[in-house]
Design a protein around this ligand. Structure first.
Ligand code: UD1
Ligand code: CA
Length: 465
């Protein structure tokens, strides 16, 4: 088999302006569960082994290309958005030598499942059809193209704007997803005109055109109408986001994760969560995050691109980004772990503790009001309230090293670069500017003065005036 004669290819239409979104951003880049909506059909095409997968871009092309560069093998450009039929024709050069089944997906139909597409492809092939359209029945079909049938036979698809009253009453709609025989679909598309309410080249007209040259047209109904949801405005965007959330959250709950209120728990599709983890409302888990088993995640926690171990307690309002958290840590409330934080395990970071590019050894803790940045902290270290690493001199960042078993008194500043030897003790309120050898006491505050009776005298002199 020659490289360009593989059996299945895909075209994903994503060039439209998306006028109804009323947005500067191209419609297909609006996120659903944190990912640009066109990513979902693009990933499906790849999972199904479509090669090539061609994404048709036009409106906001540069941004769409950039966001989907990893997902799609090829891009085709549609200069003017003259309709869905015209959009598919724009992908023809990329599919010039392709013979086989062409799967047509839409960048604005993100909820389709792989199972449904596999059924569509199998049906198309066993029926020997030239065109198979995926349909579904909707209670409110408004806005969608309607499937006009004569008994079992599919005659044509009529768009809402071109439909008669009788056709508008039809509840079987076009999902905008098809299996086509290629290259036949391109030949027949060239015969389609634009004499319709929108003056566009409609891809839907391929149905009637294929029939008129004696080719077989089939329709397969998707079992779950939710899968067919097309996103045209922000109300539909929110509805699709909620549907996606339900899917992700149901899968997690079935796998042994407790969600106190799944409606208000926001977990992106790539996130993994271990069994017996308990997640409270208002939690956001994003990006390439992994959470171990037996954890508790309290309300309002946000975790982005983190690896979190087992039995970790993330307390309310904490934000974790690009960090690694070992087993049995307790974080927050209101702690902020910034990128490059690594907690070895069994650590406690309390309220208003911020870390950045910091390695913190096993069992070390900072319970309140602390900033640790560009630091390496050993095991069994206790960092008192209000401790700060002064890591930035206005030009460069410098490192603080605190060895094992150091005790840092409250309100200490470490002016980096500085190194504290193992087992040392830093007196409260110190500004540490020089390295401290192991097992020492370091103190930098000036000695306390006491003037007895001073305050009483002052009061008296005020009273006289
Ligand atoms: C289309 C179908 C309609 C179907 C509905 C399902 C046509 C004529 N109508 O209508 O029957 O029920 O989808 O959601 O096909 N696009 C381009 N270039 C263009 C125009 C559109 O790439 O010139 C892309 C859009 O980016 C979008 C997709 O094609 O991803 C569908 O376009 P849209 O304008 O949303 O079509 P609908 O009116 O929803
Ligand atoms: Ca649409």
């Amino acid at each position: 088999m020659k490289i360009n004669e593989r059996k299945m290819a895909a075209v994903i239409l994503a060039a439209g302006r998306g006028t109804r979104m009323k947005s500067e951003r191209p419609k297909v880049l609006h996120p659903i569960a944190g990912l640009p909506m066109a990513m979902f059909p693009a990933r499906l095409a790849r999972e199904l082994g479509c090669d090539p997968a061609v994404l048709v871009v036009g409106h906001g092309a540069a941004a769409v290309r950039q966001k989907l560069a990893e997902e799609c093998v090829l891009f085709a450009h549609q200069e003017d958005q003259l309709g869905t039929g015209h959009a598919l024709l724009c992908a023809e050069p990329q599919l010039r030598d392709f013979t086989g089944t062409l799967l047509l997906l839409c960048g604005d139909v993100p909820l389709l499942s792989r199972e449904t597409l596999e059924r569509l492809l199998a049906y198309h092939e066993t029926q020997g059809a030239a065109v198979t359209v995926l349909t579904t029945e909707l209670i409110d079909p408004h806005g969608y193209g309607r499937i006009v049938r004569d008994g079992e036979e599919v005659l044509r698809i009529v768009e809402e704007k071109d439909a008669s009253l009788k056709e508008k009453a039809l509840r079987e709609i076009n999902t905008g997803i098809y299996a086509f025989e290629a290259p036949f679909v391109f030949e027949v598309l060239r015969t389609v005109g634009r004499d319709n309410a929108q003056g566009e080249y409609y891809l839907t007209d391929v149905v009637a055109a294929a029939r008129s040259v004696g080719r077989k047209v089939c329709a397969l109904a998707a079992a779950d109408p939710e899968e067919a949801m097309g996103i045209n405005d922000r109300v539909q965007l929110a509805a699709a986001s909620a549907a996606m959330r339900r899917r992700i959250n149901n899968a997690l709950m079935r796998a042994g994760v407790t969600l106190v209120d799944p409606e208000t728990t926001y977990i992106e599709p790539q996130v993994e969560v271990g069994t017996d983890t308990l997640i409270h409302p208002g939690v956001h888990l994003r990006g390439a995050t992994r959470i171990g088993g037996g954890c508790t995640i309290e309300p309002g926690v946000m975790v982005n691109d983190c690896a979190v171990g087992e039995r970790v307690h993330l307390k309310a309002g904490s934000v974790l980004e690009g960090s690694e958290v070992g087993d049995e840590c307790a974080i927050g409330p209101m702690a902020h772990l910034r990128p490059g934080t690594v907690l070895a395990g069994n650590n406690k970071l309390g309220n208003f503790v911020e870390t950045k590019k910091a390695f913190i050894g096993r069992g070390s803790q900072a319970s309140h009001l602390t900033y640790i940045g560009d630091a390496e902290v050993g095991t069994g270290v206790n960092i008192g309230c209000g401790t700060i690493t002064c890591n930035y001199d206005g030009v460069n960042k410098h490192k603080t090293v605190i060895e094992d078993d150091v005790f840092v008194g409250s309100d200490t500043q470490f002016v980096a670069p500085v190194k504290i030897g193992r087992g040392s003790l830093i007196g409260a309120g110190s500004t540490i500017t020089k390295d401290v050898p192991p097992d020492s006491l370091a103190l930098s505050r000036c000695e306390q003065k006491i003037i007895e009776g001073w305050a009483a005298k002052k009061r008296k002199s005020r009273e006289k005036k």
